[in-house]
Design a protein around this ligand. Structure first.
Ligand code: NDP
Length: 256
């Protein structure tokens, strides 16, 4: 199965469905990532803060999947601001890779948009420690501050995204800046019992979770569902045997 991808600035391909790893620890993190790679995921999302980079890296090595076939994202937590280079070096060591594919500022630092941190990110990219750099939980204003000061745009802004959080203006404004909106907590943020979702799910013979994730795909929004449950890990990637009509997509948009 080939999962479609979204192109980031710099012509870097990001598989549109990835595997989220927040709250997966120890053996459970290792097993879940192994399972996800076996199921066909080629995009893993971790963070320094999740405390599971060792397990993610070990699972990747043991999987037999070529490192270069997997898009690897990690993040710098606000408390590591000022120690950016040491942080990415520790991430690379724990993950057991020479570079990651995407490194994100996990949250804007308290001081504002984090311009000094962004400059460190640019330097890390320049040094080949990451292919792409981006942000998470940023406002458009904070993104503009980074772009105005450096002329370099974040490839991605990873933010909460689900039917109840649909924001057409934010999406359009991000796209105008060539910043890809990547959605997190797609299922946690959704009421999977909502009749609109259950109705559409029934029509297509899929689950409401698959409807939500397919809705992200219809909008071209990369999405990174997490699960510790093998059947759900498989289910959350099984999104390419059906499609939502424009009317169904609009019906879900209207849940915001
Ligand atoms: P998700 O929206 O992925 O939801 C995870 C929850 O949904 C778990 O309780 C899981 O249970 C359950 N679930 C998974 N699949 C299904 C399914 N098919 N049907 C029903 N329930 C299901 O939440 P997350 O908050 O984990 O977000 C996803 C990822 O986004 C994170 O793992 C992380 O990588 C990233 N993230 C980034 C943040 C940031 O600040 N940048 C913040 C939050 C998340 P179970 O595991 O028991 O199967």
């Amino acid at each position: 199965m080939t999962v479609p991808s979204v192109t980031l600035v710099g012509d870097i391909e990001l598989p549109i469905v990835g595997f989220g790893t927040w709250q997966l620890h120890g053996r459970q993190a290792y097993d879940a990532v192994r399972y996800a790679l076996d199921a066909g995921y080629r995009h893993l999302d971790t963070a320094t803060m999740y405390g599971n980079e060792l397990q993610v890296g070990q699972a990747l090595r043991d999987s037999g999947v070529d490192r270069d076939e997997v898009f690897l994202t990690t993040k710098l937590q606000p408390r590591n601001v000022g120690r950016e280079r040491a942080t990415i070096e520790a991430s690379l060591r724990d993950l057991g890779v020479d570079r990651v594919d995407l490194w994100l500022i996990h949250w804007p630092p308290r001081s504002g948009s984090g311009l000094p941190t962004w400059r460190e990110f640019l330097a890390a990219r320049e040094a080949g420690l990451t292919r792409a750099i981006g942000v998470s939980n940023y406002s458009l204003r904070q993104i503009d501050e980074l772009i105005d000061a450096t002329g370099q745009r974040p490839a991605v802004n990873q933010i909460p995204w689900s039917p109840s959080e649909y924001d057409a203006r934010l999406l359009a404004e991000s796209r105008k800046r060539a910043v890809v909106v990547e959605g997190y907590s797609p299922l946690r943020g959704s009421n999977l019992r909502h009749p609109v979702l259950t109705g559409i799910a029934q029509r297509h013979g899929v689950t409401p979770a698959q409807v939500v994730l397919r809705w992200h795909v219809e909008h071209g929004i990369p999405v990174i569902p997490k699960s510790a449950t093998p059947e759900r890990i498989r289910e959350n990637l099984d999104l390419f045997g059906f499609a939502l009509s424009d009317e169904e997509t609009a019906e879900i948009d209207a849940l915001a």
